[in-house]
Ligand binder design. Structure first.
Ligand code: MN
Length: 262
């Protein structure tokens, strides 16, 4: 195969440390092109821009081997993948890698995450895709460890491929390099947010709300993404985009459905 073409995206914005660390980690693995949001798009999920124009402008982006093509986009991560594949690249990429996100994207958060949605959009386009998140929220978080795992996993996906409709969601624990115990293949944990909308007052004495909450793990099995990270492993979860509940199809078909509209 020719030098693989690798499209890089994220949701923290093109100036975030994580995307720079990712591009540096993938340097030499193929031709790298960055198409990423101009500003932070965390938790925008899979939203796309339909009623406003999307603009893109080239920006300087350096990796150790030299400058690479990079575009800042006034849209969401999903927009970046669509636009990148449609306009910025002269052929479909061989791999899409999204990240490295600041903060984990485990359990149900894969649905809220812009990082994962960039990879999901690539998956919809039929491309192998990986989302990578670093579990640390710290402003001086180390992205090199996550970068080295991202490279290792990207190499594996380039050589082995992924089935259609499947992407990999990778979460790297917030520990020192020597403390990461290895890679575990995991399920998405059963966990959810217990949310609270904290009421505040604006300067005009009108009430507004701010979303707060705490993340609650309801999963006591050992093979889920949260459990693996807690044990110090990099969690790799294969995600699929077909959300059909196949186990429920027969039950639903067995209900007494009327054959006419009245
Ligand atoms: Mn983010």
């Amino acid at each position: 195969m020719d030098k693989p073409l690798i499209l890089i995206c994220n949701d923290d914005g093109i100036d975030a440390r994580g995307i720079h660390a990712l591009a540096c980690a993938l340097d030499g693995l193929g031709e790298l092109v960055v198409v990423a949001p101009e500003s932070e798009q965390s938790a925008v999920g899979h939203s796309i821009t339909m009623r406003d124009p999307v603009r893109a402008h080239p920006v300087a982006f350096e990796v150790p081997s030299g400058p690479i093509a990079a575009f800042a986009v006034t849209g969401t991560p999903a927009d970046c993948i669509k636009l990148g594949c449609n306009r910025m690249l002269d052929r479909f990429p061989d791999l899409v890698v999204s990240g490295i996100n600041q903060g984990p994207n485990t359990a149900v958060n894969v649905l809220y995450s812009g990082t994962v949605s960039a990879a999901s959009e690539a998956c919809i386009l039929g491309l192998p895709a990986i989302a990578v998140s670093n579990c640390s929220w710290s402003a001086d978080a180390d992205f090199e460890i996550a970068g080295s795992f991202a490279r290792q996993i990207a190499e594996k996906v380039l050589s082995k491929g992924l089935p259609a409709g499947v992407l990999l969601n990778v979460n790297v624990p917030a520990t020192e390099a020597g403390d990461v115990k290895g890679i575990e293949i995991t399920r998405q944990a059963n966990a959810r947010w217990e949310e609270e909308f904290s009421p505040r007052k604006d300067p005009f004495d009108r009430t507004y709300y701010w979303l707060t909450g705490r993340f609650v793990n309801l999963d006591d099995s050992g093979d889920n993404d949260l459990a693996a990270i807690d044990r110090g492993y990099v969690s790799v979860t294969p995600l699929q985009l077909d959300l059909t509940a196949y186990d429920h199809l027969d039950t639903l078909r067995s209900w007494n459905w009327e054959s006419s509209a009245d």
